[in-house]
Design a protein around this ligand. Structure first.
Ligand SMILES: Nc1ncnc2c1ncn2[C@@H]1O[C@H](COP(=O)(O)OP(=O)(O)O)[C@@H](O)[C@H]1O
Ligand SMILES: [Mg+2]
Length: 376
């Protein structure tokens, strides 16, 4: 339905969604969303596909009365999800804030899919995001031939969400230049988008709201103006609190991604996942898990998201070049690549960690050897 994709015919749509390398959340989880809608007898805000309760169940996972299993999408504090969902049912927009890799984009996509059945009304924020991406632009051929008209107007995803009463998404809000960010103020406070060229305005209908994401680390790139910030309820997504929680998230996602890529399931992956997560957490925290040894942190973020890609990469190696069992040798290169971002400073940090922590650890000989091999 909207630009960028290949799908035009709705009958072809379903096959293509299954064929897509990365289907949208509403397509990938269409069955779950359908089952939730059928079981959901709570009141729904206008134009919502589900009640807030069912949206939260979709995100956190659970079981329906008829036994349908809803897989957890987000693993984290229930309250955060409930605050996020109920914010969307108010006149305030939602800002998901956190360090990279804390599932801000992921949660935003799933919220839009569950609330509006459509996660594609998306503005990707960059330093080059222009006002047209947030408001509207013009089809110049039409404009020159017939002058300004509704037909010549090219609506932004935000404008379409307003007109259709759906959820708009703005990724990386703080990377957008301040003056372009400010064009959202009228949208969020007055719920209207004036089009002075036509002497008209597009008024948001019920059901419209907006989810923005922003990285903590970008602070200072383009600070959110206080006028805009006041239009948002902020929900901060934390890093997983415990190693167990993080292992659980990585294992789930690796399994899902592996299935979508048709990778044979690596058996016995749990031990390596635990190791990758342990290494990432220790380097991130600057101290070993037992709290005894202080270590230096590298320059990169070592997020859960990176742990997921290291293990997925390892699973591909094990599947194609090994015996299908995920081993230390399959993840070592990925770990090294994630840790050493800045060769001049991070190499020293990594070597020190390898020699003083990994080498001494019981049962980690194979991992130490594999890391030495790729570090050389
Ligand atoms: N708490 C979590 N629960 C579920 N998945 C998570 C969690 N934290 C990270 N992830 C996974 O990490 C990946 C990247 O997250 P992403 O949304 O791109 O991060 P961000 O936008 O915060 O940088 C996603 O595949 C997501 O599933
Ligand atoms: Mg993101």
């Amino acid at each position: 339905m909207c630009g960028g994709g290949a799908v035009t015919d709705s009958r072809a749509g379903e096959t293509e969604a299954r064929e897509a390398l990365r289907p949208h959340a509403e397509d990938a989880f269409a069955d779950e969303l359908r089952a939730l809608a059928a079981a959901d007898d709570r009141p729904r805000p206008e134009r919502w596909r589900l009640s807030p309760w069912a949206v939260s169940l979709y995100l956190l996972g659970g079981e329906l009365p008829d036994g349908t299993v809803i897989t957890p999408k987000y693993v984290g504090p229930r309250r955060l999800v409930e605050v996020a969902v109920s914010t969307l049912a108010t006149d305030r927009a939602l800002l998901l804030l956190g360090v990279p890799g804390t599932a801000k984009t992921w949660v935003s996509e799933h919220l839009a899919a569950a609330v509006s059945g459509d996660s594609t009304l998306l503005v990707q924020g960059t330093a080059g995001t222009a006002e047209e991406a947030v408001r509207y632009g013009w089809n110049y051929a039409q404009l020159l031939a017939h002058g300004p008209s509704r037909d010549a107007l090219v609506a932004s995803p935000v404008m379409r969400a307003m007109a259709e009463g759906r959820t708009a998404r703005v990724e990386e809000l703080t990377r957008i230049p301040a003056d372009v960010q400010d064009s959202l103020i009228t949208v969020l406070s007055e719920k209207t988008l004036p089009v002075p060229e036509l002497g008209e305005e597009i008024q948001a209908v019920r059901g419209f709201n907006l989810i923005a994401t922003a990285n903590d680390r970008d602070r200072g790139v383009n600070e959110l103006s206080s006028a805009l910030r006041r239009r948002f309820n902020t929900v901060v997504l934390p890093l997983p609190e415990t190693a167990e929680a993080e292992v659980d998230i990585v294992a789930r996602r690796v399994d899902q991604i592996g299935r979508s890529l048709d990778l044979p399931a690596a058996s016995d992956g749990a031990a390596e996942i635990r190791r990758v997560v342990t290494v990432f957490r220790e380097l991130r925290d600057g101290v070993t898990a037992d709290g005894r040894t202080k270590i230096k942190s590298p320059s990169g973020t070592l997020s859960t998201a990176e742990a997921i890609s290291v293990v997925t990469g390892g699973a591909a190696l094990a599947a194609h070049f090994g015996d299908g069992v995920l081993r230390a040798g399959d993840v070592a290169a990925g770990v090294l690549g994630a840790v050493v971002r800045d060769p001049s400073s991070d190499t020293v940090v990594w070597q020190e960690y390898l020699e003083s922590v990994v080498r001494e650890r019981d049962g980690w000989k194979d991992f130490y050897r594999a890391c030495r091999e790729v570090s050389a």
